[in-house]
Design a protein around this ligand. Structure first.
Ligand SMILES: Cc1ncc(COP(=O)(O)O)c(C=O)c1O
Length: 368
């Protein structure tokens, strides 16, 4: 049985008439950038995340950059962030001219742990970026307290965590600003590149709207430095259609995760992801830790089960950050994780038979 890592065609087929109509409306309007479809989506997305403002951007990376830039992060500043994340989290700091200050992750949640953050604070620390890795919110309350007591800011990288909850509150409005990605494979994926910044702060929102549009307050009046970070109208239209389905898709992801848990709980050679008591996990990824990970991966490939590695190289060991002077051994939890982790297929359309086949194949590997 073939089990793709992701199958976006199935999702498209399930909502095709609505998507096609939404795209056609944009084509007929010939208004291709920002405009009505984007502002409608922004309102709906903000409401879904219980946050005052949502600003549509051209990617999540833009959001990582903007959230820090608009807080005044710049040259000479340090930004604390985990090493086990997608590299765009760190580009946010780099694009501001600041230095990413890497730290190890918590061994249970795989997210930032407050005690390690506290130790990494220096007088140069301007911000802490809490990544909600794989769709599970980081422990935000203690992180916000640390940030506040050291005159710095807590921002969220919610690229993988649409509709995730921390102590019953949606992510995206807990830190001072948050970045979301709508890359096609995300829980809420565009049909191309797109992202958003969310915030409850009126002045950050206003400045984000200016920055994304070349720093203009009105056409050809440029009040500040800016960039072209605008969301395309087609993406706003597609995302509005898909946002309506996101709650049910999220519950389906959680059901897939529960089935994996149920079927794999007694396999001694693997460690299942922990759902923290403060978190509602939205399972962008279902990441296990597996003994003989590389051999298991090859075995599953032979069984036509696709898997992923998120992420194989922690940021401090990436060539792009060599100049920062970190070395192997600096962050042992994340380094060990990188060697053990394996992402199993997870998406709303995955069938029970496919999940059972994946689990049976894993069992077969260890019982050969
Ligand atoms: C944790 C994290 N941060 C940032 C990003 C960047 O988002 P984008 O690809 O939309 O620029 C991604 C997505 O790829 C991500 O997973």
């Amino acid at each position: 049985m073939r089990v793709p890592f992701l199958d976006l065609k199935l999702q498209y087929q399930s909502i095709r008439p609505e998507i096609d109509a939404a795209i056609r409306t944009v084509l007929e309007s010939t208004s291709f950038v920002l405009g009505k479809t984007v502002s409608e989506f922004e309102r709906a997305f903000a409401q879904a995340h219980e946050v005052k403002h949502s600003i549509g951007l051209s990617s999540g990376t833009d959001g990582n950059h903007l959230s820090l830039h608009l807080l005044g992060v710049g040259r000479g500043d340090e930004v604390i962030l985990p090493v086990n994340t997608f590299i765009a989290t760190a580009w946010g700091a780099t694009l501001c001219g600041a230095t990413p200050a890497f730290i190890d992750c918590d061994p249970d949640s795989y997210n930032l742990g407050p005690s390690k953050v506290e130790k990494a604070i220096t007088p140069q620390t301007k911000a802490i970026v809490a990544v909600h890795l794989y769709g599970q919110p980081a422990d935000l309350d203690p992180l916000a307290e640390i940030a506040a007591s050291h005159n710095s800011y807590l921002v969220e990288d919610a690229a993988q965590a649409h509709l995730a909850e921390y102590k019953g509150r949606k992510v995206g409005g807990i830190g001072i600003a948050a970045a979301f990605s709508f890359y096609p494979g995300k829980n809420l994926g565009a049909y191309g590149e797109a992202g958003a910044l969310t915030t409850n702060d009126d002045s950050i929102a206003e400045n984000a709207r200016m920055f994304r549009d070349q720093g203009q307050s009105r056409k050809y009046y440029h009040d500040s430095y800016g960039h072209n970070y605008r969301m395309e109208a087609i993406q706003g239209a597609v995302l509005s259609v898909k946002l309506k389905y996101l709650p049910q898709w999220t519950e389906r992801r959680r059901a897939v995760a529960a089935k994996y848990r149920d079927m794999l709980q007694d396999v001694d050679q693997i460690v299942l992801p922990k759902e923290m008591p403060y978190a509602k996990h939205v399972y962008h990824l279902f990441v296990i830790r597996a003994q003989q990970r590389d051999d298991l991966r090859v075995f599953l490939e032979q069984k036509e089960v696709d898997t992923g590695l998120h992420y194989p190289i922690p940021l401090h060991l990436q060539k792009a950050f060599q100049h920062l002077g970190y070395k192997r051994g600096d962050f042992p939890v994340a380094e060990k994780l990188a060697d053990d982790i394996l992402s199993l297929p997870i998406y709303p359309e995955l069938t029970t038979q496919q999940i059972e086949y994946v689990c049976d194949s894993i069992r077969e590997f260890y019982h050969r």
